[in-house]
Design a protein around this ligand. Structure first.
Ligand SMILES: [Zn+2]
Length: 298
C-alpha cells in the first residue's frame, strides 16, 4: 500500500512541468530543422509557473528538455534556485517509442549530462515526451533503472493515438520486468476511474478542456484512493504564442482553452495538498507490477 497520505486518509499530489517550447509540441509537427527559426517563448511562460508555485508555496518537478537547457542554462538555475526539483524530458522531444534501445540510452545520458553540468547535481527523474513508454518498450524502464534514475513518469493508463496502454497500473508502482525487480518507481499519469472508464483530467489537453469544477472534483475523488500527478507545459499558459494551425485539429489539441490553464492550476494548488517528488519517494511503499517483454531487439 502507498502511505503518502495525511491524517484524514487523503493522499497528496505531485506537481510537474514539462519544460519545452511551443514549437516542440508533437501536435504541431514542426520539423526540428525549423526550430531555430521559431520565436522562443519558454522563459516568460516558465517564470509565470514559477510565480504561481511561489504564491502557493508548492515545489514541483520540472522535466527540462536538454535542448532548452543548452540554450538557457540560467532558466534551469532559476528553477533549481526556487527550490524545485529537476528531471530530464530527453534531448529533442523524440518519442521513446520511436527510438531504439541504443538511441534511447544515448538520449538519456546526453540529456542528463547537460542538466547535471548546469546544476552540479545528480539527476534522478525522467519523463518521456508524450508518455511514450508502455509495456511494448518496457526496456526503457530497465535502462533508466540501470542509469540510476529513481523515478520515471512516462506511462499512461489510457490509450491515445500516440501512446498509452490500459495494462498500465493506475497507481505508482515498482516494475518487475521479465522477473527482474527494478529499484525505479513508475508514477503513471493520473486518471479518475468510473466503472470501466478511465478519465484523464490532471494535465495537458484534458485539463484545458474539462470544466474547472469537474477537475477539482476528480482530484478530490482520486485522492481518496491514491496520489495524483498534475502536469502542465509552459506553452499551455501562453495565449499570445504564434499560431501554426496545421494540422487543423491543433485548434483544439494545442490551442484549445489556453486561457483557462492558469486559473485551473490555481484552484488545484490552492485546494489540494502537494509534496515534492523526493518526499513522495521517501514516504511511499509501492506495490510491484510485473511486465513481460512483448517484443525484443527494438
Ligand atoms: Zn513534452
Amino acid at each position: 500500500m502507498i502511505v503518502v497520505e495525511n491524517v484524514d486518509g487523503i493522499y497528496k499530489n505531485v506537481f510537474t512541468v514539462d519544460v519545452e517550447d511551443w514549437y516542440h509540441s508533437t501536435d504541431l509537427k514542426i520539423d526540428c530543422k525549423n526550430w531555430n527559426g521559431c520565436d522562443s517563448r519558454i522563459e516568460d511562460s516558465t517564470y509565470k509557473i514559477l510565480d504561481l508555485l511561489e504564491v502557493a508555496n508548492i515545489k514541483g518537478v520540472f522535466y527540462v528538455l536538454s535542448d532548452i537547457a543548452l540554450q538557457r542554462p540560467n532558466l534551469v538555475r532559476r528553477i533549481r534556485q526556487a527550490g524545485h526539483e529537476l528531471g530530464s524530458h530527453g534531448c529533442t522531444h523524440r518519442l521513446v517509442s520511436d527510438m531504439t534501445q541504443k538511441q534511447f540510452s544515448l538520449d538519456i545520458q546526453k540529456s542528463r549530462n547537460i542538466l547535471e553540468d548546469i546544476t552540479g547535481e545528480k539527476l534522478i527523474y525522467y519523463r518521456a515526451p508524450v508518455w511514450s513508454i508502455s509495456q511494448k518498450n518496457c526496456w526503457a524502464l530497465e535502462l533508466l533503472d540501470h542509469e540510476g534514475f529513481l523515478c520515471d513518469s512516462s506511462m499512461q493508463p489510457i490509450k491515445t493515438p500516440l501512446s498509452g496502454d490500459r495494462r498500465c497500473p493506475l497507481k505508482p508502482f515498482r516494475p518487475i520486468i521479465n522477473g527482474k525487480r527494478l529499484s525505479i518507481v513508475e508514477f503513471p499519469s493520473t486518471v479518475l476511474t468510473r466503472g470501466p472508464l478511465r478519465l484523464p483530467f490532471a494535465g495537458g489537453l484534458f485539463l484545458r478542456m474539462m470544466p474547472k469544477g469537474a477537475i477539482s472534483k476528480a482530484l478530490h475523488l482520486v485522492n481518496k484512493v491514491q496520489p495524483g500527478m498534475v502536469y502542465v507545459h509552459p506553452w499551455e499558459i501562453d495565449i499570445d504564442q504564434p499560431r501554426v494551425c496545421k494540422p487543423f485539429y491543433t485548434a483544439i489539441t494545442h490551442y484549445g482553452n489556453l486561457r483557462s490553464t492558469l486559473p485551473k492550476l490555481k484552484i488545484l494548488l490552492e485546494n489540494y495538498q502537494f509534496i515534492t517528488m523526493k518526499e513522495f519517494l521517501e514516504t511511499g511503499v509501492f506495490p510491484e507490477h510485473t511486465i513481460r517483454y512483448e517484443e525484443q531487439g527494438k
